[in-house]
Design a protein around this ligand. Structure first.
Ligand code: XIL
Length: 365
């Protein structure tokens, strides 16, 4: 029987499957300190996730190392309401359920983003362009339904995403929202969200907030919102950065600007590329770049900890196995922007982030 060619073939297949599983589904390193626990009482630490990752070893790493979670894609308008009044809640529910099972907070991303507004928003009866009133009533319906469903489960929402454009004199992105509704679409989005969940922290989220022109524009727009009594509670800094830029001091200056306005700061989509902007080759060997990344993560986390109004840091991914830096047009890259490597082991980036908080005296935490 042992010599049966069928049995030998089956054994070979089983060994191959076990080997492949070992390659594709590494176990997260055990026995390392939970970063979220080390930061407990000071900052919420989170990561973006797709529902398919939850049941994998990345899901286990997420639950072990972080205490907050955000949907990388499945809560965006075109995903959660692909057709008018047809909501696709199951993928988003899976993430919220996972968070509840593991006692984690949930960030909501996002209620309005020009890149993920479904086309049906813009067409009215008989294929005519939708009127301002129709678009606003759809926005209200969308926000009421989505925020209402997760009321009490999602503690903070990126209400509007990437609405600032420093190249425009009014500082606003000249997209369909502005063209069809006018600049007050932002006010309405915040008002609808606040009505749907008065306890949720409402955030205006954007990228490159450390660039002086962008920062100034964001400040102008936020001051306008505050002056009109719009319920905006904080600024979300995406923080898709690199090991080269921005300078740590520029990050600090940006946070100070919004802290002075009495607002909360959140870091919402952090990752740190090893590439210099607009270049296609890694500038050095990965072995030499990773410690640089670790030191920079340490310095940045120290700045974040020095800001009492900064409440949360969320990474745009769990480990380098799944990062938007190596996706889409950049599929061919071998970037490594997160805290854990593609085998889900802690990188110098993780040790840097841990060192930043361990250096604090208990009283300062
Ligand atoms: C990205 C996701 O990571 C990708 O999977 C998707 O294809 C496009 O969106 N700023 C944002 C995020 O606010 O929603 C984006 O996420 C990354 C840039």
């Amino acid at each position: 029987m042992m010599d049966s060619p069928v049995l030998r073939f089956c054994l070979l297949v089983a060994m191959l499957a076990a080997f492949l599983q070992g390659c594709t589904a590494p176990e997260p390193a055990s026995g390392i300190t939970s970063l979220a626990q080390a930061y407990q009482g000071r900052l919420r630490l989170g990561a973006a996730v797709e529902p398919g990752q939850l049941s994998t070893s990345e899901g286990r790493l997420l639950a072990a190392q972080f205490n907050s979670v955000v949907a990388e894609n499945v809560m965006k308008p075109s995903r959660i309401q692909p057709s008018e009044n047809e909501f696709n809640f199951a993928p988003a529910d899976a993430i919220v359920d996972f968070a509840q099972q593991h006692d984690m907070a949930v960030r909501g991303h996002t209620l309005l983003w020009y890149k993920r507004t479904p086309d049906w928003f813009w067409s009215g009866k008989d294929g005519q362009p939708a009127s301002r009133d129709l678009v606003l009533s759809r926005l209200r319906q969308h926000i009421e339904t989505v925020v209402g469903r997760y009321k009490g489960k999602i503690y903070t929402w990126d209400v509007v995403n990437e609405v600032i454009d420093p190249a425009q004199s009014d500082c606003l992105r000249h997209d369909q929202w502005l063209q069809v509704v006018g600049p007050d679409y932002i006010d309405w989005a915040f008002r609808y969200a606040h009505a749907a969940d008065p306890n949720a922290r409402l955030i205006i989220n954007d990228y490159s907030t450390t660039l002086p022109a962008k920062r100034l524009c964001l400040q102008r727009v936020v001051q306008g919102l505050l002056a009109r009594g719009v319920p905006v509670h904080g600024v979300g800094h995406q923080m898709h950065i690199s090991i080269f830029e921005p300078a740590v001091a520029e990050v600090d200056e940006t946070l100070v600007v919004f802290a002075r306005l009495g607002l909360e700061n959140q870091i919402t989509e952090m990752d740190m590329s090893l590439y210099q902007r607009h270049t296609y080759l890694l500038p050095d060997s990965v072995d030499r770049l990773l410690p640089v990344q670790g030191q920079r993560y340490e310095a940045l986390m120290k700045v974040f900890l020095s800001h009492p109004e900064l409440t949360a840091v969320t990474w745009w991914g769990i480990s380098d196995a799944h990062t938007s830096r190596n996706a889409g047009w950049d599929w061919w890259r071998s970037d490594a922007p997160l805290l854990f490597d593609s085998q889900q082991h802690p990188k110098p980036a993780y040790w840097g982030a841990l060192k930043a908080v361990q250096g604090l005296s208990p009283a300062a935490k």
